[in-house]
Design a protein around this ligand. Structure first.
Ligand code: SF4
Length: 63
C-alpha cells in the first residue's frame, strides 16, 4: 500500500502523526513532509487509520 501525500492541503493538525508517528513524518512546523509513503503490509492498518484521520484529506490511500 502507498499513501500519496498532498502536502499543499496539510494544515498541520498532526492527527496522522499521533496515530502512527513512525509512518508519518512532520517537519519542524508540524506539517507533513512531502513525498509519498510506501507502507509495509504489517503497518497497513495503522497507516490507514492515520490517513483517514486527516481532516484535510491530504493523505490519499492508493491500493
Ligand atoms: S493530519 Fe493531515 S493536516 Fe494534519 S499533519 Fe497530518 S497530513 Fe497534515
Amino acid at each position: 500500500m502507498r499513501i500519496l501525500v498532498h502536502k499543499e492541503k496539510c494544515q498541520g493538525h498532526a492527527r496522522c502523526w499521533s496515530m502512527a508517528p513512525d509512518i508519518f513524518d512532520l517537519d519542524d512546523e508540524g506539517y507533513i513532509v512531502a513525498g509519498d509513503i510506501d507502507v509495509t503490509p504489517d503497518d497497513e492498518k495503522k497507516a490507514w487509520r492515520g490517513a483517514k484521520s486527516c481532516p484535510e484529506r491530504a493523505l490519499e490511500i492508493e491500493k
